[in-house]
Write a protein that binds this ligand. Structure first.
Ligand code: SF4
Ligand code: SF4
Length: 423
């Protein structure tokens, strides 16, 4: 990595704490990713992106800002990135996949709270995330109580705009959500100083659809036996999708897919055709949270899809590109985003129904449901998911974990026993 220290210092990072963070990442990445055998060659680009995670992309964000551009951070796939892009902004998914700064965080948040919430507070209080420090605004949502209340506290450190996300999907909820999207557009216009036009939103929808289509193409290639790419590599790409340059990322995913198609034609896979095929379902796995996928694939099983927000929930569902007015484009966005099957909705039967379809489509042998500790929506909904799987005769394993490593051996034992049963 080039020397980015001046850039980090100018961003106000705590350089010592940041150094420690950067030292921890390469060994983990090596163990989890670089020891995999028979990886597609086109994963080189994604390895490069991780290697430059606090370097090149941050430099690009700074250049954008120097030219008057704005950077908007988000924590949830409900926030319509198309709107940010249509006003000339860059939308960045802030990761929150690592435990950091717990001491400081626990002074203002309860100890027993979802690790994702603790993580984003830890990154901000500790001043160790250059993405966070590059943001002109962060966008929160009222998806769950923990997040909703934590955003009030976060607002003391950085401007936060909160979108009210509905918890049901009736006509009146749709109307509320449409209004929220329009208010969000006004806020973004205000921050960027650029008007959103029907033409700029249409182009942004086209670009974002292209990114989602590339990810859908990747997902559909994973339906083949033997799987042409590991679940860990696929998850990494889904994580990088949240913050990389949209056009470049789309091109690189499509290049990877070209290679995967060649692999499929020649029968090349990353695991034997009879390896147990798993669908991961549950809370999002933000970078660098690779603990459970690493444990699963270390048993010789292969993850073939993620029914998660770092996965299919992020890229299933495109926005129509033929809206004849700004009003119609906003309505299309509202419709598309309200279809996301997050566990904060009640009822959320579409999620279990989609999961059952995915098991068929991806020729899966079982489901592993992973909830983050203290996440009520997903931990409670795990019971519905389990019930649906049992009724359909699909083996399921339910796990609950956090970002620590203390439970690794215990998780390994349970995952190994489950995968052995699927053989
Ligand atoms: S799980 Fe729900 S709250 Fe979390 S990112 Fe996904 S949609 Fe947003
Ligand atoms: S993982 Fe659960 S508790 Fe944590 S932010 Fe998401 S919905 Fe809320």
């Amino acid at each position: 990595m080039s020397d980015y220290r001046k850039m980090w210092a100018d961003l106000g990072l705590d350089l010592d704490a940041h150094d420690q963070l950067l030292q921890a990442l390469p060994p983990t990445y090596h163990d989890v990713y670089l020891t995999q055998t028979n990886r597609p060659q086109k994963m080189d680009y994604f390895d490069f992106v991780v290697n430059e995670i606090h370097g090149l992309r941050i430099q690009e964000l700074q250049q954008h800002k120097q030219q008057g551009g704005k950077v908007i951070g988000t924590f949830c796939v409900f926030v319509p990135e198309e709107i940010v892009r249509s006003a000339g902004g860059i939308c960045i998914g802030l990761c929150s996949g690592l435990e950091t700064g717990s001491g400081e965080v626990e002074k203002i948040l309860p100890r027993q709270i979802c690790p994702l919430i603790k993580s984003f507070m830890g990154f901000k209080l500790g001043k160790i995330c250059p993405y966070f420090e590059s943001c002109d605004l962060v966008v929160g949502e009222t998806t769950c109580d923990g997040k909703k209340k934590a955003f009030e506290l976060l607002n003391d450190y950085i401007p936060v705009h909160v979108m009210e996300t509905p918890q049901m999907k009736r006509e009146r909820d749709y109307k509320l959500w449409l209004k929220e999207i329009k208010d969000f557009a006004v806020k973004i216009e205000d921050i960027t100083g650029q008007k959103i036009t029907a033409a700029s939103l249409k182009q942004s929808i086209i670009d974002t659809n292209a990114k989602r289509q590339a990810l859908l193409r990747l997902a559909s290639l994973r339906r083949h036996k033997p799987a042409p790419i590991s679940g860990k590599d696929s998850l990494l790409i889904e994580q990088i999708a949240m913050y990389d340059d949209v056009t470049r990322f789309t091109q690189k995913v499509n290049e990877l897919c070209d290679e995967l198609e060649e692999r499929i034609n020649s029968g090349t896979g990353v695991a034997p055709a009879n390896a147990p095929r798993i669908i991961l379902s549950g809370t999002p796995m933000a970078i660098p949270n690779w603990k459970v996928p690493h444990i699963i694939e270390s048993t010789g099983a292969i993850i073939v899809a993620e029914e998660m927000c770092t996965g299919l929930r992020y890229f299933e569902g495109l926005v129509p590109e033929d809206a004849s007015s700004l009003e119609e484009a906003y309505a299309n966005l509202a419709q598309r985003y309200l279809n996301i099957n997050c566990a904060v909705f009640t009822p959320n039967n579409n999620r279990t129904q989609r999961l059952m379809e995915l098991v068929e489509e991806y020729q899966a042998d079982g489901v592993i449901h992973v909830s983050l500790s203290f996440c009520d929506p997903y931990s409670i909904e795990a019971t519905q998911v389990e019930k649906a799987c049992r009724q359909a005769g699909i083996p399921i394993l339910k796990l609950e974990t956090d970002y620590g490593q203390e439970d690794t051996e215990q998780l390994k034992t349970r995952v190994e026993a489950f995968c052995e049963m699927l053989r």
